[in-house]
Design a protein around this ligand. Sequence first.
Ligand code: GDP
Ligand code: MN
Length: 386
Amino acid sequence: MNIHEHQAKEILKKYGAIVPAGFFSTSVDDLIEKAKNLKTEKYVLKAQIHAGGRGKAGGVKILNTLEELKNSANELLGKTLVTHQTGPEGREVKRLYVEESSNIEKEFYLSCLVDRASSKIAFISSDQGGMDIEEVASSNPEKIITTKVDIAEEISDADCESVIKIFDLKSDAKDQAISLIKSIYKMFISTDANMVEVNPLILTKEGKIVCLDAKVNFDSNALFRHPEILELRDLNEEDPTEIEASKHDLAYIKLDGSIGCMVNGAGLAMATMDIIKLYGKEPANFLDVGGGASKEKVSAAFKIILSDKNVKGILINIFGGIMRCDVLAQGVVDAAKEINISVPLVVRLAGTNFKEGKEILDNSGLKLISAENLDDAAKKIVEAIK
Ligand code: GDP
Ligand code: MN
C-alpha cells in the first residue's frame, strides 16, 4: 500500500527525521488560512498524488507570497497531473501540501527496501539526488551505492557509515545523516515497510540534513498489524477494480493486456500469464481466486474481469485441488446471469469435480470453448480474439 508524501513525512518525523514544517489541505481557502501560520520566506506547494516526477510536471511550485500561493493552489487543485510515473491518463490532484521552503546546498538520493535475493534490507544512496535518479542509474551507475544490511533490531554504525559515505559530509552533518539512517531503519522494521525513498535528501545552507520528499510503500500482507497505517489508505489513488477485488479478498492486479485471466493459485496464474505471452498476447490481469473460493467470490472475480474494457477474451484456467471445479463453474454461470458476456471464453478445468464443473458450464447455454490443457487453452484464446 502506498501513502502520500505528507503522511510519509509525518511518520518519518515520528521516528526522528527532520522534515520541513508543513500541512495538507483539500481546499484552497483552508490552505491559505493555515499558510498564514508558517514562518517562512517562501512557500513550497506540492501536489499530493501517489506518483513521483511531480517537479517536472508542474506539481511542485515555490511561491513568494500568499497571493501567489493562492493562485497556484487554485490552478493545481482538481488538475490532472501527468508525470512519467502516472501513465498518459494522469492523476487528478485532490489534496495539496504546503511547506516552508528550504535553502538547498546539496541534493542526495536515499532509499531503503527489502532485498529478497539476499534476505536483507538494502539501502541505496547517491550524491546525485533530485529529480532524475533513473537517469543517474543508467548513465552513471557508479554514483549509486547499495549497502545490504542484516535484518535486526537496529542497524550498526558501520552500516550507517557505508550508506552515507558517498554523501561526503563533514562532522555535524555526518552525525545527523547517521542518525537519519537509524531512524529510517527503525521505521522500516517497525512499520513492515517495503520501501522508503527520500529524494531529494538535502543538506541545507544552514547545515541541516532534511528529508525534502518522501515516498513509502507498506507490505499489504502485514497491514493487519498496523491499523493506524491502514487508515492512511487513499482509495482515490487506487484502481477501482483493485479496490473492488480487495473487498472480496481476491488477489487481483490489473495489467494492460487484452486477455482476462481467471485462475486459482498464484503459481498457476503466473504460468498462465507466461503462456499467453508465449502465444503473442498480453494478459489483462493477474488473478488468483484462491483455494477455498465460494461461488460468490468467483462470480465477483468474473465481474471484475469483465468490467475491464480492454478485455477482448477470457481464459479460465482452474486446477481443482481445494478449489472445486463445480463451484467455479457455478460462480461463472451466476455472474453471466447478471452481465452479458460479449467476448470469447476459453475454459480449461482439471482436478477435483471437473466433470461436474464441465456439466454445469455445458448446460448453462453460455458459448464457451473447451480446452484440453494449458497450452491448448492459451492457443485457443489467442486464436479466438484475432
Ligand atoms: P518529485 O518531482 O515528485 O519527486 O517532487 P520533489 O518533492 O522531489 O520535488 C522536486 C524538486 O523540487 C526537488 O528535487 C527540489 O529540487 C525542488 N524543491 C522541493 N522543495 C524545495 C524547497 O523547499 N526549496 C527549493 N529550493 N527547492 C525545492
Ligand atoms: Mn522527489
